[in-house]
Design a protein around this ligand. Structure first.
Ligand SMILES: N=c1c2ncn([C@@H]3O[C@H](COP(=O)(O)OP(=O)(O)OP(=O)(O)O)[C@@H](O)[C@H]3O)c2ncn1[C@@H]1O[C@H](COP(=O)(O)O)[C@@H](O)[C@H]1O
Length: 112
């Protein structure tokens, strides 16, 4: 049976947890261990998860792709928390773009 979850609530809860882990013991929290290792290690993990997502996307098993995308989203959220950004800022940027074709936006960019 698939459990239907609320996307916004799940992401809000994850981000709140990740903020709380900023003061946690790195030995008891994976997120805290990433913060302790610093930005370069977080970026390396993000790159690895992006690569694993690409590989999974070439695979026929959709559940494997969901699994890797969840890892990728998780590490994006760690990056946001580390850099003092919020998911709301990303949502606002997506909302700002909503309704404008990416083709039109690209055509309006300065040439050069
Ligand atoms: N959603 C996640 C989540 N998704 C993925 N991961 C971890 O991300 C890591 C992914 O790394 P890899 O796939 O490379 O796995 P690995 O081979 O074990 O890692 P490496 O040895 O290569 O570093 C694993 O350790 C996963 O457990 C997550 N860890 C935590 N969360 C959430 O964050 C919360 C806080 O977690 P802690 O900080 O550990 O308390 C948890 O309650 C969850 O809600």
């Amino acid at each position: 049976m698939t459990i239907q979850t609320d996307l916004g609530a799940v992401l809000d809860q994850l981000y709140a947890t990740l903020l709380s882990r900023k003061s946690a013991d790195p030995d008891s929290s994976y997120a805290a261990s990433l913060y302790a290792k610093g930005l370069d290690v977080i970026l390396k993990k993000l790159g690895e998860e992006a690569t694993e997502t690409v590989i999974a996307a070439k695979n026929q098993d959709p559940s494997k792709l969901v699994y890797e995308l969840a890892d990728l989203w998780f590490h994006c959220f760690v990056l946001m928390a580390e850099r003092g950004l919020t998911p709301q800022q990303v949502a606002d940027e997506l909302a700002r773009r909503h309704g404008r074709s990416g083709l039109d936006e690209k055509a309006s960019r300065p040439k050069g």
